[in-house]
Design a binder for this molecule. Structure first.
Ligand code: ADP
Length: 588
């Protein structure tokens, strides 16, 4: 029996909680459920007492009251706790009014009124003033009703003896109800206070943790109110605790005055902070000041708006600052080094340019003079001498080619070549033209199709194809060399491949061949100087790409190179002469 009652009570207390979203709402609803169920039980006890004493009229009003209270159950079930609370207050008021009007005598009605006035204080949280006032206003209605209506109807009231008996009983009943209600209010208040204390403790704990974190960060952190007065300063920002304490509530101007600094600095800073306040956006700025020794120091400062919790209105700013003197100095040094490097690079380029020209023309002279000498003395020279001259001419030509290739290598990463939108099919075609003799002599077949149209330097890409196709022909002993040039793309790059059915490359050399002068064969096996692929690698680098090879010895090789789409895809909205190097600078 006891467990049945217990379960029923627990079930009723839980009414409506399933539709609530937060724990706080659930708790509030449970508290209300307990309250109105208590009122129902008290009224049932009253009803029993009325019936026991033969007081049928009050019993009838009590039955109506219990009926009304039971109706609240259906409101509670939908989770509308405030509507239920209001309905309870109204019901208590109506009950009070009816009792006042029908059985009214001012002194006893005050009990009802008090009871009715106290109930909203319990039902609605004590801090919810709006609802308390509404509840109290509702409770005034019976009082007014009593004065206005009671005089006209009191003539229908009970006989004096019955009235006396009734009032006597009702007085005790009301006193009991009030005590219960007062206890509930007290209890709720204690609970509320406890919760508040707990929350306050939690907040204090959290505040301490955050302050501790802010104190540990080696960055100046401060907060300002809307008038740009300091509201928090961490110890990194101001080391001296007394000054830190003094500065709270003061402005930047006060601080600058205190440190005998130029006020203009404070005004400049305030201008930036004002901007953050007005626009409601974060700002960042650099400041320069002279330290005690007169050396320039730089700091990066920033401020972001703070909004009070749940409020759209700005409540102040949080600011940070850190010393960037070292970064500034490094930046300055880097700029100097970069300018120096550029100058040296230019010198080097001029040097290579001049030397290659200066070396090439005497070499050409040596070769042509040797050829002339050979032709003139054709019949006077023995076979050994002829062979030596031929070998010297060959070496001179090789040296000439090497000087040319080294020059090409030195300028491959210069980004001053004209750029245009070019179709790669045309560029392959042009490269093939320069290799026509080898292609015919080797009986080679070169196929290519569907290559993309890109914004590039045509001479760069021609050099790439000439080297890769040239190698595919050179390092090929097949009866019918087959070379296929094709293209694919990923989200970010175009990938071009040159595949051959040549001699292939062993896996351990596949990375090394892109280094300058790295050759896998002697000059007598295959002519060359080991510069071609290094030039290709530098060119591809210019377009944010890379070059690699996949190969099986004896089965052929496929050379791939990628070009960054951002740098090579024609931009339809731009003029045709946009340089990919410019794009690279933007991307960087
Ligand atoms: P070079 O051809 O003048 O020697 P490269 O830089 O063009 O210089 O090539 C470097 C080396 O890579 C070559 O000596 C050769 O051994 C190897 N190589 C390049 N292309 C191929 C290819 N298609 N098949 C096989 N080996 C190749």
């Amino acid at each position: 029996m006891f467990s049945f009652l217990n379960n029923t009570w627990a079930g009723l207390v839980e009414t409506g909680t399933t539709v609530m979203h937060t724990e706080r709402e659930k708790r509030d609803l449970k508290l209300f459920n307990r309250a109105w169920l208590t009122v129902v039980i008290i009224q049932v006890l009253c009803l029993i007492s009325h019936l026991f004493n033969g007081l049928y009229s009050p019993a009838l009003t009590t039955v109506c009251f219990i009926g009304g209270l039971s109706g609240i159950y259906f409101i509670v079930k939908t989770g509308r706790v405030n509507v239920a609370k209001m309905a309870a207050v109204v019901l208590i008021s109506i009950d009070t009014s009816v009792n006042a009007v029908v059985f009214g005598e001012q002194t006893h009605v005050i009990d009802f009124l008090l009871l009715a006035a106290l109930s909203p204080l319990y039902f609605f949280e004590l801090k919810n003033k709006k609802l308390i006032y509404t509840g109290i206003a509702v409770c005034l209605i019976p009082f007014v009703l009593f004065h206005v209506v009671a005089p006209y109807v009191s003539q229908y009231a009970l006989p004096a003896a019955a009235q006396f008996k009734l009032y006597h009983l009702l007085t005790w009943e009301k006193a009991f109800c009030m005590m219960v209600l007062l206890y509930l209010i007290y209890n709720k208040n204690v609970q509320f206070e406890k919760e508040m204390q707990q929350k306050e403790n939690e907040l204090v704990g959290q505040k301490k943790t955050y302050e501790c974190i802010l104190e540990q960060i080696p960055i100046d952190i401060v907060t300002f109110d809307k008038d740009l007065n300091y509201t928090y300063i961490n110890s990194a920002a101001v080391k001296n605790p007394a000054v830190r304490e003094w500065l709270l509530g003061k402005s930047n101007v006060d601080y600058f005055k205190h440190r005998n600094l130029d006020i203009k600095g404070a005004e400049d800073r305030n201008r930036m902070l004002h901007e953050a306040l007005c626009k409601g956006e974060a700002v960042e700025f650099e400041e320069m000041f002279l330290d005690k020794n007169g050396a320039a120091r730089y700091s990066l400062k920033g401020a972001s708006p703070i909004y009070a919790a749940g409020n759209k209105e700005l409540s102040g700013l949080v600011g940070y600052a850190f010393d960037i003197t070292a970064i500034k100095e490094a930046e300055k040094k880097l700029k100097e080094y970069s300018a120096e490097l550029e100058r040296k690079n230019d010198d080097l380029h001029h040097f290579v340019n001049a030397t290659s020209h200066d070396l090439k023309s005497p070499l050409r002279n040596i070769a042509s003079h040797l050829q002339l000498l050979q032709r003139k003395n054709e019949d006077k020279l023995d076979s050994d001498s002829r062979e030596m001259i031929a070998y010297t001419i060959k070496s001179v030509k090789h040296l000439n080619q090497l000087i040319g290739d080294i020059y090409q290598y030195s300028i491959a990463d210069r980004n001053d070549k004209p750029v245009s939108i070019a179709n790669l099919n045309d560029l392959v075609q042009r490269s093939i033209k320069t290799l026509e003799d080898v292609i015919t002599s080797k009986n080679a077949v070169i196929s290519f199709s569907n290559l993309p149209t890109l914004t590039i330097s045509p001479s760069h890409i021609e050099t790439l194809f000439a080297n890769l196709i040239g190698n595919a022909l050179k390092y090929n002993t097949a009866g019918k060399p087959l070379i296929v040039v094709s293209a694919t793309q990923t989200d970010t790059s175009h990938i071009i491949s040159v595949a051959d059915n040549g001699i292939g490359i062993a896996p351990e050399y596949q990375n090394q061949i892109f280094e300058i002068f790295k050759r896998l064969h002697t000059a007598s096996e295959y002519e060359g100087n080991g510069v071609g692929l290094a030039i290709c690698s530098k060119i591809v680098d210019n377009y944010g790409g890379k070059i690699w090879v996949e190969s099986q010895p004896g089965q052929g090789s496929t050379f791939y190179f990628s070009l960054d789409k951002e740098m090579v895809e024609p931009d339809m909205h731009q003029t045709h002469n946009i340089s990919p190097y410019k794009k690279m600078a933007i991307a960087g």
